[in-house]
Design a protein around this ligand. Structure first.
Ligand code: JAH
Length: 252
């Protein structure tokens, strides 16, 4: 996959994209991220990318001309123009399902804004406008890195074991069950006996129960869309009957 990124701070991407799995994916030729400086498409002496808003109001808005020319120039670098992805707080919520869809693309063009946002006409360039969560950042660069990270680990050949991403939080709509490794006792805290029993049916049932309990407690809305067995429903009821703060916590 080729990802072209347009930003006024292309150097922000250097660390996150060179380390760890994303860095390795690039070294192995499975991913190529090319970061472009939006100011390369400005024509004025001050290389300005922003201007004051029509109608008044605080702050500055990303002006159309450098963004239109940048996106058009970057799209022309390959035969395929690539899906154009914007990042704004008003975008559609980014989910694992969208990460899976994007991972099937040959190339993407990501546009990162700054200031108070984009001139609305610039958004006509977007195939999709994504939000990574309900908070306001100083720009779209961190969301772009989040999306690159989530998509990269889904690319074929990136995670040595190609089935590992199918076993995790969100892939079955539940949060992940607890994981343990050696030693079996650390500072008095024991690994659950079932995980050392070798009984794979029991282990699988325990893990599903733990996933359901965790999801019911912290993300109950995720359970509404899932097919649940009678066993699952009894576990949920039991979990929701358990107080979040136990009676023994405190000074008594
Ligand atoms: C802020 C341009 N979904 C989080 C998110 C995404 C983008 C921005 N903020 C938050 C943002 C300023 C300018 C984009």
């Amino acid at each position: 996959m080729i990802v072209d990124v347009v930003s006024i701070f292309p150097s922000m991407f250097e660390g996150p994209l060179s380390a760890s799995i994303v860095g390795l994916a690039q070294e192995r030729g499975l991913l190529e991220v090319r970061c472009h400086d939006l100011r390369d498409w400005t024509h004025d002496r001050h290389r300005s990318t922003d201007d004051s808003p029509y109608g008044g109001g605080p702050g500055m808005v990303m002006k159309p001309q450098p963004l239109f020319e940048a996106v058009e120039a970057v799209q022309a670098l390959e035969d395929e123009p690539g899906k154009v992805v914007f990042f704004t707080p008003a975008g559609v919520p980014f989910t694992q399902t969208i990460a899976e869809e994007l991972s099937g693309e040959e190339r993407l063009v990501m546009v990162c804004g700054r200031y108070e946002g984009f001139d609305e006409r610039v958004l006509s360039l977007a195939d999709v406008d994504l939000s990574i969560g309900d908070y306001v950042l100083t720009g779209g660069e961190l969301p772009a890195m989040v999306v690159i990270d989530a998509v990269t680990r889904l690319l074929h050949g990136v995670l040595g074991h190609e089935d590992s991403s199918a076993d995790e939080s969100f892939s079955d709509g539940l949060l992940e069950y607890p994981q343990y490794t050696r030693p079996s006792v650390y500072r008095g805290m024991e690994v659950p006996e079932v995980l050392r029993s070798g009984d794979h049916a029991r282990i699988e049932a325990w893990r599903r129960e733990q996933s359901i309990r965790k999801t019911a407690r912290v993300r109950p809305e995720l359970l509404e869309r899932l097919p649940l067995s009678a066993d699952d429903r009894r576990i949920i009821e039991d979990e929701l009957a358990t107080p979040l703060i136990s009676a023994t916590t405190g000074t008594d």
